[in-house]
Design a protein around this ligand. Structure first.
Ligand code: BV8
Length: 244
């Protein structure tokens, strides 16, 4: 846990007009959502569940796994890390949260500008038409069927081997280049193209602060390394930047 923050970082944050923030599973860890390294994949392999092939092979297993994650989220609240980012936005500077998470906790914490690179657990779409579906919650069948065409429904998330929503990715890239300061928080920076965003910021001359209790493949390149859990580091960073 950093005792003090670099004065340069505090000054940059204090004078920033636009901050871009990439988040991963680590920012939701303190809310009780298991990270990919520590939790979900432990039971299953990504290929089994988070791919089109895995879904076609066993649609009920995949649908039920996402349904279990959706149920678990009902008891989960945003933590101090999510709330600190929402407060940062409420200070009036432009704050673009770019998340790999599908839990919706940034929006629940009050962040208004959230780019969901990998979709949302709270949305469901038709496997065939790719159109969002509603009214599936009480379906007896697992997975439920599309009311329009009868195909299976699926979570509106990006699986391995699927391209990211083009607009979301374009907006994330643009924010990474245009911001005054970039944060990479709670991500192992191993899943692409999301993992390329901190480097995109650096290449555009934007300083990058990494918030993570552990090292990542990006740590050596970070301008500032804030070693610790986001739920502790972020509130302290805001308090140090704006003591009043
Ligand atoms: C794509 C949604 C173009 C679903 C997710 C072969 C074939 C096909 C593709 C590939 C291939 N090889 C490589 C690829 C590209 C692939 C990829 O990058 N693979 C990796 C494994 C190498 N990417 C893709 O497939 C992407 N699409 O590239 O399309 C294409 C198309 C065809 C062929 C080639 C290219 C799509 C990727 C999206 C997959 N969907 N999620 C779901 O959630 O079920 S990925 C999912 O895993 C997350 O969204 C996230 O992105 C990733 C997990 O990473 P993290 O968030 O970083 O979490 P992790 O647990 O790993 O780390 C947690 C971190 O937090 C740690 O560092 C820890 O120290 C830290 N931490 C812990 N506690 C705290 C903390 N930090 C702060 N505070 C704390 N308290």
């Amino acid at each position: 846990m950093p005792r003090v923050f670099s004065q340069e970082l505090l000054e940059r944050l204090r004078s920033a007009k636009h901050v871009a923030i990439l988040t991963g599973a680590g920012i939701s860890a303190e809310s009780g959502v298991p990270t990919f390294q520590g939790g979900f994949w432990g039971k299953y392999s990504p290929e089994e569940l988070a791919t089109v092939e895995g879904y076609i092979k066993d649609p009920k297993l995949v649908w039920d796994w996402y349904a279990e994650r959706r149920r678990e989220l009902r008891q989960i609240k945003p933590n101090a890390g999510h709330l600190a980012l929402a407060r940062l936005e409420q200070r009036g500077l432009r704050c673009t949260v770019i998340t790999q998470n599908i839990d919706g906790l940034h929006q629940l914490a009050g962040s208004a500008r959230v780019i969901e690179l990998h979709g949302s657990l709270h949305r469901v779409k038709c496997f065939s038409e790719n159109t969002l579906a509603s009214g599936w919650e009480n379906a007896a069948e697992s997975p439920p069927r599309c009311p329009d065409c009868g195909a299976w429904l699926r979570p509106d998330v990006v699986w391995y081997g699927e391209t990211l929503p083009p607009l979301a990715l374009a907006e994330a890239m643009a924010a990474s280049r245009a911001c005054d300061l970039f944060f990479s928080i709670g991500t192992a920076t191993q899943v692409y193209p999301a993992a390329s965003l901190p480097q995109t910021a650096l290449a555009a001359g934007v300083p990058v602060a990494e918030v993570n209790p552990d090292y990542t493949p990006f740590t050596a390149y970070a301008t500032y390394v804030l070693r610790g859990p986001a739920g502790q580091v972020l509130p302290r960073l805001l308090a140090a930047t704006w003591p009043a």
